[in-house]
Design a protein around this ligand. Structure first.
Ligand SMILES: *[C@@H]1O[C@H](CO)[C@@H](O)[C@H](O)[C@H]1NC(C)=O
Ligand SMILES: [Zn+2]
Length: 305
C-alpha cells in the first residue's frame, strides 16, 4: 500500500511537472516541465509569427508622429492591491478603476494586473532588449480592452490586450517605493499565497506622464503560455530606477511551484517575423509642477479629509 501511494505521488508529481510550463531556470524539473523552447508543444500560439518579447533595434524603428501620449486614469487613486504567487510568477491585481486610453489604441482599456520580470543575483532580467542589451528588470501593466470581460473574449481581437512595459535602470539610490512591492513578494513566498498592499498608488512607482510621451509600439503576444497574439505593446523609453540591493532582493522573495527560488523569470526574445516597431515622436516637455500635480493633489486631498 505504502509503495503504491509513493508511486501515485511520484506519478502525480511527474504529470504535474510535465503538464506545467516553466522557465529555463527550473533545472531540477528540466527534463519534465516545458521550458520556453518547448512551450509550443502544448501552446501552439507560442510558435506564432507575432511573439513577444522582442529585441528592439533602434536603427530600424520607424518614427510615427501619429502616436499621441497615453491617457492614464486612476494612477493617482489610493487602491488596495492583492499580490499573488502564481507558481511561475507573482502578480499584483489592480482594480477596474485603473484605466488606459489615448496612445492611438483602438479603444479604452482597464487594468487587470501588473508584474515584474527579473533575473538573479543582480543580473539583468528584462524581457525586451534594446539593441541587444538586457535591462535589470521589467514591469508589465496588463490591460484588457473594453467591454471584454476575460482573456478568452479578448483573444478574438488583435489588440484585445494592451501591455505597458517599463524597463529598469540600475541606480545608486533605492527606488523609494519599490520596497513595498518587494516586502509584499516576501509575504507570498509560496505558490498560491496572497497578501494585500493597502493605500497603494501607481504614480508612486511610475514616472510622471510627461516623461512617458516617448515609447515604442508593436503588435505581439503575451510572454507566458498560451502566448496569445492579442497584445498592443507599449515599451517606454524612460526607465525606472532600481538599486543593486533592490535588484538582488526582488529575486530572493518567491519560490516557483516546484519550490525552487523564483529567478530568471523572462522569456527569450522572439523573431520579429516582418513586424515593424514604431516610435512615438516625443512632444514638448511640460513644466514639472503640472506633471507632479496628480500625486500632489491626492496628497492634499488626504491632508484635508
Ligand atoms: C483597503 O482595505 C482597508 C482594510 O480592509 C479598507 O478599510 C479600505 O477601505 C480599503 N480601501 C479601498 C480603496 O478599497
Ligand atoms: Zn510580463
Amino acid at each position: 500500500m505504502a509503495v503504491f501511494l509513493v508511486y501515485l505521488a511520484l506519478l502525480s508529481f511527474l504529470s504535474r511537472c510535465s503538464a506545467q510550463w516553466c522557465y529555463q531556470s527550473q533545472y531540477s524539473c528540466d527534463d519534465a516541465c516545458k521550458d520556453p523552447s518547448r512551450w509550443v508543444a502544448q501552446f501552439p500560439s507560442c510558435g506564432g509569427l507575432r511573439q513577444s518579447p522582442i529585441n528592439i533595434v533602434t536603427s530600424k524603428v520607424r518614427v510615427d508622429s501619429a502616436l499621441p501620449p497615453l491617457d492614464f486614469m486612476g494612477h493617482n487613486s489610493r487602491i488596495n492591491v492583492t499580490a499573488e504567487n502564481l507558481g511561475h510568477s507573482a502578480r499584483f491585481v489592480l482594480p477596474q478603476s485603473v484605466r488606459l486610453g489615448g496612445g492611438a489604441l483602438p479603444g479604452q482599456y482597464r487594468a487587470l494586473q501588473f508584474h515584474l520580470h527579473w533575473g538573479v543575483n543582480g543580473r539583468p532580467g528584462s524581457e525586451h532588449t534594446v539593441d541587444g542589451e538586457r535591462f535589470p528588470m521589467e514591469l508589465h501593466i496588463v490591460h484588457i480592452k473594453e467591454p471584454y470581460g476575460s482573456l478568452a473574449e479578448a483573444e478574438r481581437d488583435m489588440a484585445g490586450l494592451a501591455v505597458l512595459a517599463f524597463l529598469f535602470e540600475e541606480t545608486t539610490e533605492d527606488h523609494p517605493h519599490l520596497n513595498d512591492l518587494i516586502a509584499a513578494l516576501g509575504r507570498v513566498q509560496n505558490n498560491g499565497s496572497t497578501t494585500v498592499i493597502q493605500d497603494f498608488q501607481l504614480c508612486d512607482i511610475l514616472p510622471p506622464a510627461r516623461e512617458l510621451r516617448s515609447y515604442y509600439r508593436y503588435v505581439g503576444s503575451m510572454t507566458t503560455p498560451g502566448c496569445e497574439q492579442v497584445v498592443a505593446w507599449t515599451v517606454f523609453h524612460k526607465t525606472l530606477p532600481v538599486s543593486n540591493r533592490q535588484l538582488v532582493a526582488v529575486a530572493q522573495q518567491c519560490r516557483f511551484w516546484t519550490g525552487q527560488p523564483m529567478t530568471d523569470i523572462f522569456r527569450p526574445v522572439q523573431p520579429l517575423d516582418g513586424r515593424v516597431v514604431y516610435r512615438s515622436k516625443a512632444g514638448a516637455v511640460l513644466p514639472d509642477f503640472i506633471a507632479v500635480l496628480p500625486c500632489a493633489l491626492s496628497l492634499l486631498a488626504m491632508t484635508f479629509t
